[in-house]
Design a protein around this ligand. Structure first.
Ligand code: SF4
Length: 609
């Protein structure tokens, strides 16, 4: 019996020893593989930096370290002017060192890929503040994955002052921060130029203060929403002068879509009032970079690249657009344009784009029928759209792209048929490659359609399929985003605080996981996509993006009667509340204004003081 027990003990000891060896080996392998992965990521970061021009390298000593995070790939992030301007704004502060962090260098980084800053390859937890810029709701999934990879507790209440402060900005959260309200410590509501300097002062003062104290100090900064304090509604902040710090590419690299050009923001905001357009409302009022500033920025830019990408909500609306196009061409610049209107069309711009070797001319009618274009307040006439197509043919663009949306409020099958009709009419004029984008419409917070229901996925799919069947045989390619993912985007865009728990539950980014996390939290996607009542409290009431709710509801009623709302005049208006008195009654606006008054249409009423 004793011998039996001894054997049993020995075998237990052997078993324990073997298990210990296995555990030890697994730990060693894990450490080795993590180290390998670290080296690989560090190596990759160094290679990327080596290919960049304009990167800022600062000594960390005595400075406030801020991580600027883009929750998507390097390629996508470096194509965004917002990232460039924030990088400059933070690094322009002498006592700040700002470094970039991306979701990954490829589209889908490995789960164990460490999250390191590009410039000095440091972990997120080494920074005093981590500032995310988020322009797209579906990137919320990446935000969670990044926090997890960096080892951060997901919810703000689980992080004490030993963790960096997490701050989010960008149009997605600026219009509705609530789905991420339990995750971030603060949200920047408004434009970076107005928020960064006072934010930096506050961060210096906060230092290692307990969270409750830090929140109180942050709440003193105009434009910061602190969910833990429920300090809403927070007024957005904006800048009037876009000439003093021109927004243009800061870091050049071949590894982005726009690596061959300098992007220059020639105007911010848009006064046209397209009712579906988030950027059109939240960046009101339209502010133009003066012709002289555009030319001076271009002179500097041409030392880096011979191509200049003109960026604004509607490039052809700039009151000096013909002069900009002509003079930049004379300086030897090749031009590209982010988007343009066809009312009026700028032939010098189209000619300049063609001569610059652009392969594609893109126009955005958004809707096929005149009725639908009235509903969305984009009243371009069929003849104006087809005139743009004629110019695309005349200047021999190899490709024509037309952007449409399907599923906008009140859309019927006849409106979808009108998209096909418009595309076929264009096809008769334009003989080369032609494609249309039929994008599922997603109602967004802080727009006139913020109360509208989103069409069911099946209806969107059927309408897109109809367009494919009608147009593909006629040589028109039809592209679209996934209606299923558009519905997820719709839920997040008009979501509430409860969605933070859903996002935090998800270990993988896929639809099944999303649906199951929603169900576990007792929530349904349909509830977020439904029509809202005009008098209903909305989750995004915690921010005031400039345009009042009263204006939006007035504008929505007009939409439902097919009534147009005039575009903004250049001055003298306080109707939607986005302009303040100082801006609306600025005395020198007429001197700054160029001859292209197309942006102001018939609304151009000179202001007389
Ligand atoms: S206040 Fe008037 S001019 Fe200013 S953005 Fe609103 S509608 Fe346009």
């Amino acid at each position: 019996m004793a011998a039996e027990q001894l054997r049993l003990k020995e075998s237990r000891f052997e078993f324990k020893s073997i298990s210990s060896i296995i555990i030890f080996t697994v730990i060693v392998i894990k450490i080795q593989s993590d180290m390998k992965q670290n080296y690989r990521t560090i190596d990759q970061a160094k290679k990327i930096i080596a290919q960049e021009e304009g990167v800022v390298r600062k000594n960390w000593g005595g400075k406030l370290p801020v991580a600027l995070v883009w929750p998507n790939s390097y390629r996508v992030g470096m194509s965004s002017l917002a990232l460039h301007i924030l990088y400059r704004l933070f690094n322009d502060e002498p006592d700040v060192v700002c470094e970039r962090v991306f979701f990954g260098y490829q589209q889908a980084p490995g789960r164990n890929e460490p999250l390191l800053s590009l410039e000095s390859q440091r972990g997120l937890d080494e920074f005093a503040a981590v500032a995310f810029t988020i322009s797209y709701e579906l990137d919320y999934f990446n935000v969670i994955q990044m926090l997890r990879r960096a080892g951060f507790p997901i919810f703000a209440e689980e992080r004490d002052e030993s963790w960096p402060l997490l701050i989010a900005g960008g149009p997605a959260v600026y219009t509705n921060p609530e789905p991420l309200a339990e995750i971030f410590d603060a949200f920047a509501i408004g434009e970076g130029e107005a928020i960064v300097p006072p934010l930096v002062d506050a961060l210096w003062e906060i230092n290692d203060a307990p969270r409750a104290e830090a929140y109180q100090r942050l709440a003193e900064v105009d434009g910061l929403y602190i969910p833990a304090l429920n300090n809403g509604p927070v007024e957005r902040v904006w800048i009037k002068d876009i000439d003093s710090l021109p927004t243009a590419t800061q870091i050049y690299t071949a590894q982005t879509e726009f690596g061959d050009r300098t992007l220059v923001e020639i105007a911010r905001g848009c006064g046209r009032g397209c009712r579906f357009c988030l950027a059109g409302y939240v960046y009101r009022p339209m502010r133009e970079m003066h012709l002289d500033t555009v030319l001076s920025v271009a002179r500097h830019a041409l030392k880096h690249r011979d191509r200049i990408g003109l960026v604004s909500a509607a490039v052809s609306d700039h009151s000096w657009i013909d002069q900009i196009a002509t003079e930049l061409r004379q300086m030897g610049a090749r031009l590209t344009a982010s988007s343009m209107r066809v009312d009026p069309i700028s032939e010098p711009l189209i000619k300049g784009l063609a001569e610059s070797g652009n392969q594609t001319l893109t126009i955005a009618p958004e809707a096929g029928s005149v009725r639908m274009r009235k509903v969305i307040n984009k009243p371009q006439a069929d003849a104006q759209i087809l005139r743009a197509v004629e110019l695309a043919a005349k200047y021999k663009f190899p490709q024509l792209k037309m952007y449409f949306m399907v599923g906008q409020p009140t859309e019927t099958e006849a409106d979808v048929e009108a998209i096909a009709g418009m595309a076929l009419a264009a096809r008769k004029i334009f003989p080369r490659n032609m494609a249309i984008n039929a994008t599922p419409y997603v109602p967004k917070a802080q727009t006139a359609f913020q109360w509208a229901a989103m069409l069911p996925v099946e209806t969107l799919e059927a309408r897109i399929k109809y367009l494919q069947d009608r147009l593909n045989p006629n040589g028109v390619t039809v592209r679209s985003d996934s209606p299923t993912w558009a519905a997820v985007e719709g839920a997040l865009a008009r979501g509430d605080r409860r969605l933070g728990r859903v996002l935090a539950r998800m270990r993988k980014i896929n639809l099944r996981e999303w649906q199951s996390a929603l169900a576990t939290q007792g929530l349904s996607q349909e509830d977020y996509l439904r029509e809202r009542q005009l008098d209903e409290a909305l989750p995004w009431d915690v921010v005031n993006s400039g345009v009042t709710k009263a204006f939006f509801s007035w504008d929505l009623r007009r939409a439902l009667r097919d009534d147009l709302t005039p575009a903004c005049p250049p001055a003298g208006c306080l109707k939607c509340n986005a302009c303040d008195e100082e801006w609306a009654f600025r005395p020198d606006y007429q001197d700054a204004l160029g001859p292209n008054l197309g942006a102001y249409g018939d609304n151009f009423i000179p202001f007389v003081s």
